[in-house]
Design a protein around this ligand. Structure first.
Ligand code: UN1
Length: 493
C-alpha cells in the first residue's frame, strides 16, 4: 500500500507520531488509494515555523518574479491535467470531465495571478500640502493557514494558495482528509515550478490538524472552505486571536424558472446544477422555484432526463454522476430524504441507494427530486450536499424571489426568464453573492469574485482581483520633500 507524507520545508517527511489514515475510493470502498499522515500539532508547528522562516525572502522577491514561478506552475498543471484529474476522481468520485475542469480552474488561477503580480495596485493621491506625496502599497500578511474541502480538491485550494503566494505570503495548507492525494500533487507541482522550500507546506490530517493551524499564534490569516458550523467555530478563535479570516461556507442555492423561460434550457440547467458533482458543490442547485403555469411540465421534463443519468465510477467514460464522498455522507443524505418524506414533500423519483453491478461497493445515491416543498420544511432550508433537488411552486416573480431569499445562506442563485425586467429585478433583489441569468447556479470563472452573503461567508470574495484584497494589507507612505515641518490639519487651514 503506497504511503504518502507531509510536505514541509521543501521535503516529503513522515509525521512525528507516525500515524496514518486510509484514503478510500468512494466509487469502490475496497480500493484503498494509500495511507496519508494523521498529523499532530507538532507537525503543524514544524510547517508553520518553516513558513515563518521563509517569509522574509519570499516577500522580498519582486512580485513579478513570484508571478513567473506561478506561471510555470500553471504550465505544469496543464501538462499534468489528465493524470491529476484521474487521481482526483479516484479519491473523491466526480467524473473525469469534471475533475479536468477542476484542474483547469487552477490553471486559470495561476495565469491570472501571475499577471496580477505585475500590477498589485496601490494608490497615489494628492496631499493636502505642497511638496509632499501620499501613496499606499499592498504588503503580504505573513503565514496563511489554508483549510479546504474535498469537492474541488485543486480548484478551490488554488483560489486561496495561488493569490496568497502571489502577494508574498507563505502557506500551510491542510487539504481535506477525503482528498489528500490531490494535495500531494499540488505540492509536487509548486516544487517543480520553483517555489522555494518552506514557502508552501502541506500537512495532512483531521480536525486536530486543522485546529492546530487555527490556534498557532504564528499563523496570521485563515482561509477556509467548508461547513458553516466549522467556519463559525474557526471564526470565534480567529476573533479572539485577532487573525484575518476569509470564509466560504454553506449554500442552499435556488434556481427560479419563470413562465416565459426557455424550458428546455432551464431543465438542462437544473439537471446540471442539481446533479452535477452529485450535488456536492457549495453552489449546487438544491432548490428549484417554478412558476405555477409551467410547474407540472418542468417536473415531468426533469424526471424524464434525470432517471436516464448514468451513475457509476467517475473513471469510466460513460459515467455522468459519480458517488457521494463517504459512508457518513450517504447516511446524512438518506436521513434528509426520510425527513423530506415525513415533512410531507412528494418524492417524485430517486430517494434510494443505487445498487447493482459496479455500484454495490461504492457510495451511490440515485438522483432524487421532491415536489411541493414548502418554505417551512427542513429540506427547503438546510444544506444536504447530495443529489437531492427540492421543487417549490411560485405564482409571481415577487413570490419567487421572496422564497429564494427565505434561507440563511446566500451563495449562488439563478433565474431562467426571457423577460429583461424580470432578469434585472431578480439580479437586484436576490440575496446571494452570485446571480446567473439563464444559466445554472454553478459555473463560476476564476477571474470573478466568488463568495456569498448571510450564512455563507464573512464578506470576502475569492477569485479574481478580490482574492488579492484578502491576502494583503496596506502600507501608507508620506514623502515630504518641502524641507520644512508641515503639520497636517494644523498648519493647513
Ligand atoms: C464550490 O461549489 O465549492 O461554479 C466551488 C462552480 C465551480 C466552483 C464551485 N466553478 O460551481
Amino acid at each position: 500500500m503506497p504511503k504518502f507524507e507531509n510536505y514541509i520545508n521543501g521535503a516529503f517527511i513522515t509525521p512525528n507520531d507516525n500515524n496514518y489514515f486510509d484514503n478510500i475510493s468512494p466509487a469502490n470502498n475496497a480500493d484503498i488509494i494509500g495511507q496519508f499522515p494523521l498529523s499532530s500539532s507538532s507537525d503543524v508547528d514544524n510547517a508553520v515555523s518553516a513558513a515563518k522562516q521563509s517569509f522574509k525572502a519570499w516577500k522580498n522577491m519582486p512580485a513579478p518574479k513570484r508571478g513567473d514561478i506561478l506561471r510555470i506552475a500553471g504550465d505544469i498543471f496543464t501538462r499534468r491535467k489528465k493524470e491529476l484529474a484521474k487521481i482526483m476522481t479516484r479519491e473523491m468520485g466526480k467524473p473525469t470531465f469534471e475533475t479536468e475542469g477542476d484542474v483547469q480552474e487552477a490553471i486559470d488561477t495561476c495565469y491570472y495571478a501571475a499577471s496580477e503580480t505585475r500590477r498589485l495596485f496601490g494608490q497615489t493621491v494628492p496631499s493636502e500640502m505642497n511638496e509632499k506625496i501620499n501613496m499606499s502599497f499592498r504588503n503580504p500578511i505573513g503565514v496563511c493557514g489554508i483549510i479546504t474541502a474535498w469537492n474541488f480538491p485543486i480548484a478551490v485550494p488554488s483560489w486561496k494558495i495561488i493569490p496568497a503566494l502571489a502577494c508574498g505570503n507563505t502557506v500551510v495548507w491542510k487539504p481535506s482528509d477525503d482528498a489528500p492525494h490531490s494535495g500531494i500533487i499540488f505540492a509536487e507541482i509548486l516544487e517543480e515550478a520553483g517555489v522555494p522550500a518552506g514557502v508552501f507546506n502541506v500537512v495532512h490530517g483531521d480536525a486536530i490538524c486543522g485546529q492546530a493551524i487555527v490556534n498557532n499564534p504564528d499563523v496570521a490569516l485563515i482561509g477556509f472552505t467548508g461547513s458553516t458550523q466549522t467556519g463559525t467555530a474557526i471564526a470565534e478563535v480567529c476573533g479572539r486571536m485577532n487573525k484575518r479570516i476569509s470564509l466560504e461556507m454553506g449554500g442552499k442555492n435556488a434556481q427560479i424558472i419563470m413562465d416565459d423561460a426557455n424550458l428546455e434550457l432551464a431543465v438542462e440547467g437544473a439537471l446540471w446544477g442539481a446533479f452535477g458533482t452529485t450535488g456536492q458543490r457549495c453552489t449546487a442547485t438544491s432548490r428549484l422555484i417554478v412558476h405555477s403555469s409551467v410547474y407540472d411540465i418542468v417536473i415531468e421534463m426533469i424526471e424524464k432526463q434525470a432517471t436516464k443519468l448514468r451513475l457509476g465510477d467517475g473513471l469510466k467514460a460513460e459515467t455522468q454522476v459519480g458517488p457521494v464522498i463517504n459512508k457518513k455522507a450517504v447516511e446524512k443524505i438518506m436521513s434528509y430524504i426520510e425527513i423530506g418524506k415525513s415533512e410531507g414533500a412528494k418524492l417524485v423519483f430517486g430517494g434510494e441507494i443505487a445498487t447493482g453491478n459496479d455500484l454495490d461497493n461504492g457510495n451511490f445515491i440515485k438522483p432524487t427530486l421532491f415536489k411541493d416543498v414548502t418554505r417551512n420544511m427542513r429540506i427547503f432550508q438546510e444544506e444536504i450536499f447530495g443529489p437531492v433537488l427540492s421543487v417549490s411552486k411560485c405564482h409571481s416573480l415577487d413570490e419567487a424571489i421572496e422564497l429564494a431569499n427565505d434561507c440563511k445562506y446566500g451563495l449562488s442563485s439563478s433565474i431562467f426568464t426571457n423577460d429583461v425586467r424580470s432578469a434585472w429585478l431578480a439580479t437586484k433583489e436576490l440575496e446571494a453573492g452570485i446571480t446567473y441569468i439563464n444559466a445554472p447556479t454553478i459555473g463560476a470563472e476564476a477571474h470573478m469574485p466568488f463568495g456569498g452573503v448571510k450564512g455563507t461567508g464573512n464578506g470576502h470574495r475569492e477569485g479574481g482581483w478580490t482574492a488579492f484584497e484578502i491576502f494583503t494589507e496596506w502600507k501608507t507612505v508620506y514623502v515630504d520633500y518641502s524641507n520644512k515641518l508641515q503639520r497636517a490639519q494644523i498648519d493647513n487651514y
